[in-house]
Write a protein that binds this ligand. Structure first.
Ligand code: SAM
Length: 351
């Protein structure tokens, strides 16, 4: 690997906290997975994720790429083995490849098992080869429909053709692609079988996600929400779905589809709560640590990060936050519950 890049590790780069132990919460769950939202901005405005007119954070509030590197490295020093960069749209953050390149050093030492990304695919054709060169082996690409007009309607601004070109570029670069689709009542509900056949035909796993009540999006969640229990019933009329033990370290439960030979994952934050096995925490682009996607409690890591070039203060803040990691989330979507579970959008916390 040859990179002409500035070195993000010049300023700290992870400190010297190697003697500190792993992060284990009060329920005995070890935190081994960090998801980092590197920007709250996105070039799409998916109807279930954002409102059409979003106010984004002022740029000076964001952690610099150097600070993001230092923060990620601090978690890796505490036993985080899997790191996912997300957003907003991570690939629209200026110079984001510098961060990937820098973080890839932890793959080379073996301290990090996986560096990955969740993307809407809009910039993937441009970056796929660079991502592969940074050791990214698997990525998630969000595609909710294969109908170009519907895709534009869901994303408000997206171009399906460009995203599919990005998926092809990733495949060409040797990256495994998992397609993520949010199951949306009446929108892609009757297309899920054909999306699955397409994904499996192209060699991709497909994961379906239940819509979560995160942030005001200017629409009724109850009109969007499609329980995956219903999707399973509908798919079972045409396909043989066999539950399997395959896991990727996330909350998805997988099935093998006999007719296509592919894997189908269900992420069911509403119909089946999976918090007992939660191994993850999330950091926003301003350095706010959320110990649970569905709860408001958070810890500011930006101040301790900036307080000292040594990681001692930062590590103490991480410890005290992990101690408060809650047992789980309580999402409800029904006609009576009109408030979101939390006020922040998925794009803030990082999906
Ligand atoms: N821009 C990237 C993308 O599109 O994948 C990464 C960020 S996006 C917030 C991550 C994932 O969260 C996407 O798959 C998106 O569909 C999903 N998502 C956003 N809002 C959601 C919600 N309210 N409920 C469930 N999934 C949501």
């Amino acid at each position: 690997m040859v990179f002409a890049t500035r070195d993000l590790t010049d300023r700290g780069g992870g400190g010297s906290a190697t003697a500190l132990g792993p992060l284990v919460d009060t329920f005995g769950r070890a935190v081994s997975y960090l998801r980092v939202s590197v920007t709250d901005r996105c070039d799409f405005r998916c109807v279930y994720c954002m409102s059409e007119h979003m106010t984004f954070l002022p740029k000076p509030d964001l952690l610099t790429l150097e600070e993001l590197d230092r923060l990620c490295s601090a978690f890796i020093n505490r036993g985080v083995r899997k790191l996912r960069l997300t957003g907003g749209e991570p690939l629209v953050r200026r110079d984001v490849m510098t961060l990937f390149r820098s973080l890839s050093r932890h793959l080379e030492t073996g301290r990090l098992e996986e560096l990955t990304v969740t993307t809407n695919g809009s910039q993937l054709a441009r970056y796929a080869a660079d991502l592969a060169a940074c050791g990214v082996k698997r990525i998630n690409v969000s595609i909710d429909t294969l109908d170009a007009d519907k895709f534009r309607a869901i994303t408000r601004w997206g171009d399906l053709g460009k995203v599919l070109d990005g998926v092809k570029a990733a495949q060409k670069a040797g990256i495994r692609v998992k397609i993520n689709a949010v199951a949306l009542k009446d929108v892609n509900e009757h297309e899920i079988g054909s999306m699955m056949e397409w994904a499996h035909g192209e060699g991709h796993d497909l994961s379906l996600i239940e819509v979560m009540p995160l942030g005001e999006v200017g629409a009724e969640r109850v009109d969007q929400y499609l329980p995956l229990s219903r999707v399973r019933e509908q798919l079972s009329e045409r396909y043989t779905l066999i539950d399997i033990d395959y896991r990727t370290g996330g909350p998805a439960r997988y099935m093998q589809v006999k007719e296509t030979g592919g894997r189908l994952g269900f992420i069911t934050p509403l119909t089946h709560n999976f918090c007992e096995g939660c191994n993850r925490v999330r950091v926003t682009c301003t350095g706010t640590l959320y110990m649970c996607l569905g709860q408001e409690d958070a810890a500011d890591l930006r101040s301790p990060l900036r307080a000292s070039p040594d990681d001692g203060v930062l590590q103490a803040a991480i410890d005290s936050a992990i101690f408060r990691k809650p047992k789980g989330h309580d999402f409800i979507i029904d006609r009576q519950t009109r408030q979101p579970a939390v006020h922040r959008h998925m794009s803030t916390t990082g999906g």
